[in-house]
Write a protein that binds this ligand. Structure first.
Ligand code: NIG
Ligand code: FE
Length: 421
C-alpha cells in the first residue's frame, strides 16, 4: 500500500477532461473522460493516480479519505478572462441600456469604462483589494480555482500599477490562484482625444516597460503576464493594436486580444499572425477569420455572459468555431459594464442554450481549454497524473447538471492544490 495525503473515492462519476496533447478540438471537445465509480489520489498537492475506485483503494491508503458516493467529481474551473479589479458599479448605466442606450455610445460620451476608471482611480489600494477579494472568494464558491484578472480601469501608469498590485495582493489566497494581464489599452482616457495616437504612445513608451519591470519583482513573477488590447472602433484601431501588441511581444509578454465584440477590425487575423495565446469575444468574426483561427494554436475565448447582459442575440458562432476545429474556451468576462457575472457554470448554461454547445463541450471549455487559454494547460485544467490537484465535488451525480441547472450553485467541496477549501 502506498501512502498518499488524500484519496477521493466512490464518485458516481469522475470526469478528467484529460487532454495530454494541448487543448481539445472538434470531436475531442465532446469527450470529458468519464470514469464511473471513480477515484483520485493526491500527494503534495499533485495528482498521483486517477482511475476506478476498486483499483485505487487497493493501491493507496490516505491520511484523508473522502467518500464521494452520489457525487460527480470534476476539475476546478478556470476563468481565463475577467476584469475583477474595479471600484463602483454601473447600475444606472444598466438601467439606461435596458431603455435602449448603446454600450459603445455610452463609452464615447465619457461613461462606461471611463466611469469605472474614475471610481477606480479614486479608490485606495486596500479598498480595491478588499472588494476584489470578496469577488474572488465568491468565484471560488462557484467552483473557479484559477482566474485571469486584467488591469484596465486605471489608464495612467500609476493607476494601472495600483490595479496590478491589487491582483498581486490576491496571490496568497489559498482557494484560488490568479494570473495577471496588463490592459492599459482598454479605452482612451481624457485628456487624450479618442482616436489619437498619443495615448497609444504612452502605453508603449511608459506603461509597458513599467509593468514588465513590476511583474519581474512581484509575487506573481512565476505566473505568465499577458498584454491585452480592446481592438474596437472607439477604443483602439488595427494599427494602434498592432503597435501595442508587437511592443509587448518584444518585451517578452504573451498576448491576448479583445476582438470582434461589435465590429470586425481584423483583430482575429492579427492575433493569429502574432501567435497570441488567445483572442476573445468573436461575436462578429467573419467566416474566413474563423477558419484562420481554427487552423492556428491561438485559443478562441467566447464570452456569452456579455451577450446575455447586453440583451443581445448576436452570440459568437461557437458551433462554427468548433466544427472548423478551433480550440475554444469559455470565460465570464466578469466586469461591471458588460458582464457582472462570476459564475462559469452560468456561462456553460448560456452557451448550451444559445450557442448550442453540448454540456461536455462547455465543461472542457471551462477546464482544460480555459487552462490552455492561460498557457497553463500542462499544470491545471484536468485530472491527470502529475497535474495540480484542483478539483470539485458536485451536489449532483453527473457533470451535465452544471449546464442543466442555472442560478444554482452545485459545488459541494472545492479542493485547491490538494487542500480542502
Ligand atoms: O470585455 N469590451 C471591453 N472590455 C470589457 C468591458 C469592460 C467594461 O464595460 O467595463 C469587455 O466586455
Ligand atoms: Fe473583457
Amino acid at each position: 500500500m502506498q501512502r498518499v495525503d488524500l484519496l477521493i473515492h466512490s464518485a458516481a462519476q469522475l470526469v478528467t477532461c484529460a487532454s495530454p496533447g494541448g487543448p481539445k478540438r472538434s470531436a475531442a471537445l465532446d469527450d470529458v473522460g468519464e470514469i464511473a465509480d471513480g477515484a483520485v489520489a493526491v500527494s503534495d498537492g499533485i495528482i498521483v493516480a486517477v482511475g476506478a475506485s476498486g483499483d485505487l483503494r487497493a493501491e493507496y491508503c490516505a491520511a484523508t479519505e473522502i467518500d464521494a458516493a452520489g457525487t460527480a467529481v470534476c476539475p476546478g474551473f478556470v476563468d481565463p478572462h475577467t476584469h475583477l479589479v474595479f471600484a463602483g458599479d454601473r447600475t444606472r448605466e444598466f438601467e439606461r441600456k435596458l431603455q435602449g442606450a448603446d454600450y459603445m455610445e455610452i463609452l464615447q460620451a465619457g461613461g462606461g469604462i471611463l466611469s469605472t476608471m474614475r471610481a477606480t482611480r479614486a479608490a485606495s489600494l486596500p479598498e480595491l483589494v478588499l472588494q476584489a477579494r470578496i469577488l474572488l472568494y465568491e468565484m471560488s464558491r462557484l467552483g473557479t480555482t484559477t482566474v485571469e484578472i486584467k488591469s484596465g480601469y486605471g489608464l495612467d501608469t500609476q493607476s494601472e500599477l495600483k490595479i496590478l498590485e491589487t491582483i498581486a495582493a490576491l496571490a496568497g489566497e489559498p482557494y484560488c490562484e490568479v494570473v495577471p494581464t496588463f490592459l492599459g489599452a482598454h479605452a482612451v482616457p481624457p485628456p487624450f482625444l479618442a482616436g489619437s495616437d498619443d495615448y497609444t504612445r504612452l502605453v508603449i513608451d511608459e506603461m509597458l516597460p513599467a509593468v514588465v519591470q513590476w511583474h519581474r519583482q512581484s509575487r506573481l513573477a512565476a505566473q505568465p503576464f499577458f498584454c491585452d488590447v480592446f481592438c474596437e472602433p472607439g477604443a483602439f484601431d488595427y494599427a494602434q493594436t498592432t503597435a501595442i501588441l508587437t511592443a509587448a511581444q518584444a518585451q517578452g509578454m504573451p498576448l491576448k486580444l479583445h476582438a470582434d465584440e461589435f465590429v470586425a477590425q481584423g483583430g482575429v487575423d492579427l492575433a493569429v499572425e502574432l501567435g497570441a495565446t488567445s483572442v476573445d469575444h468573436l461575436d462578429v468574426t467573419p467566416p474566413a477569420a474563423c477558419l484562420h483561427l481554427a487552423a492556428s494554436p491561438t485559443m478562441a475565448v467566447v464570452l456569452p455572459a456579455v451577450n446575455f447582459h447586453l440583451g443581445s442575440s448576436r452570440f459568437a458562432n461557437a458551433r462554427a468555431l468548433i466544427e472548423a476545429g478551433a480550440a475554444m474556451a469559455l470565460a465570464t468576462d466578469a466586469n461591471p459594464g458588460s458582464a457582472p457575472c462570476l459564475s462559469q457554470p452560468l456561462v456553460m448554461a448560456i452557451a448550451c442554450r444559445y450557442q448550442k454547445l453540448r454540456p461536455a463541450e462547455a465543461l472542457n471549455a471551462i477546464t482544460i481549454n480555459a487552462a490552455c487559454a492561460l498557457g497553463l494547460g500542462d499544470r491545471i485544467g484536468s485530472l491527470e497524473v502529475g497535474k495540480q490537484a484542483d478539483l470539485l465535488l458536485l451536489k449532483a451525480p453527473d457533470y451535465r447538471h452544471l449546464a442543466y441547472w442555472f442560478g444554482r450553485n452545485l459545488v459541494a467541496q472545492t479542493i485547491k492544490r490538494g487542500n480542502l477549501v
